[in-house]
Write a protein that binds this ligand. Structure first.
Ligand SMILES: [Zn+2]
Length: 373
């Protein structure tokens, strides 16, 4: 099956992260089972959401993991010029939700596996397909916990086919969400002295967090890899108050920050809470979610597999987080490397060049043959 035909089917299956991935995972399973892969559906506890592991060949030294996520980001409110869930070709561009991020890689992988001489594969090839990546790599977090508990090893070499314009990326910051719930005391707004304004308390704390963010800019690491080689902090959402004539007694603020490899998310969370507490505000703070950073050594075996196909052999860093941070907990050495651009991902009229889709088929076939042949 041509990769573009696989891609047409995958794009048509709406796997926006709020929805089940079942139809898409059925499609993927059916195709790799027909090729002789053993497929495991691994439940996450969320209905309709599971991860997949498909294995071919005997476990022994070497081998390869190819990984991608099955979900996509929503299209609501975006100015699409064609149906996002119908693959449309224009001037050599395949347009549709997920073409770049990252159903193009999944489609190319299916076609590549159909084409390689599977009888010659001597080492384990493992496909790891995840759900809920776009919600903060939640699917891979659950999967990795399961595999760790079972003591189940995977091949160390691991390619994650996120859109990097065929550049090998060996590092990315993580992403952590902290929530601060500010407590005040309600009062009629004509007598504000009888209450405590939780929104105003939050405002003071937000300013203090911004000052912390500026101090963090001086704590630099990985300056050769990152354009912003520090922990970035963003106060992302604020919610509070019920009416303009009531002193609000509650305000919820969510702060996102991006720890670099080696910086402890708990420790950074504590520093944020500490900065907020210095204003005298009353609040509770908790970490909502941790998406780990990723750092693979330079010159890894995974890099050597993809380097012949890279547009820039030099290893860089991704600005976005991937499943690689979780997979690395299993001892894997992930490299993020795939077709398409992160610039068009998550946007209206997301696209992947048809030529790049076809190129990816050749790349995957070659990498699989060299890693597992
Ligand atoms: Zn992605």
């Amino acid at each position: 099956v041509e990769a573009v035909d696989h891609l047409r089917r995958l794009v048509a299956l709406d796997t926006v992260s709020s929805r089940p991935v079942v139809a898409l995972s059925d499609y993927m399973c059916e195709h790799v089972e027909a090729l002789g892969f053993q497929v495991e559906r691994r439940e996450t506890g969320e209905p309709g959401k599971h991860n997949l592991i498909a294995t071919f060949g005997p476990p022994r030294d070497g081998g390869l993991v190819l990984s991608g996520h099955m979900d996509v980001v929503p299209v609501d409110g975006q100015p699409w010029t064609s149906d996002p869930f119908r693959l449309t070709e224009r001037d050599g561009r395949l347009v549709g939700r997920g073409t770049a991020d990252m159903k193009g890689f999944l489609a190319a992988t299916l076609t590549a596996l159909e084409r390689v001489d599977r009888a010659r594969l001597q080492r384990e090839l493992v496909l790891v397909w995840t759900c809920d990546e776009e919600l903060g790599c939640l699917g891979s977090a659950t999967l990795v916990d399961q595999l760790l508990a079972e003591g189940r090893p995977l091949p160390r070499r691991c390619v994650i086919g996120e859109p990097t314009d065929f550049r090998p990326l060996r590092m990315h910051p993580g992403h952590v969400v902290s929530e601060l719930v500010f407590h005040g005391a309600a009062a009629h707004s004509s007598r504000p002295d009888l209450g405590v304004n939780a929104i105003e308390a939050a405002a003071d704390a937000i300013v203090a967090i911004r000052e912390l963010a500026r101090r963090l800019e001086h704590e630099r690491k990985f300056e050769d890899l990152l354009s912003r080689p520090w922990v970035t902090v963003n106060t992302g959402t604020i919610e509070g108050g019920s009416a303009v004539n009531i002193v609000p007694d509650r305000c919820v603020v969510r702060v996102g920050f991006r720890p670099l490899p080696g910086s402890d998310p708990e420790d950074l969370h504590e520093r944020i809470a500490h900065a907020a507490a210095a204003t005298g505000a009353r609040f509770d703070a908790r970490i909502v979610r941790v998406t780990p950073a990723m750092l693979t050594d330079a010159g890894s075996e995974t890099w050597r597999l993809v380097a012949p196909h890279a547009d820039h052999a030099h290893e860089g860093a991704a600005t976005f987080a991937t499943d690689g941070g979780n997979l690395a907990k299993l001892g894997l050495e992930p490299i993020v490397f795939g077709p398409g651009s992160i610039e068009v991902a998550h946007q209206a009229d997301e696209w992947l060049a048809r030529a790049d889709l076809e190129r990816t088929v050749d790349v995957v076939a070659d990498v699989v043959t060299r890693a597992c042949g």
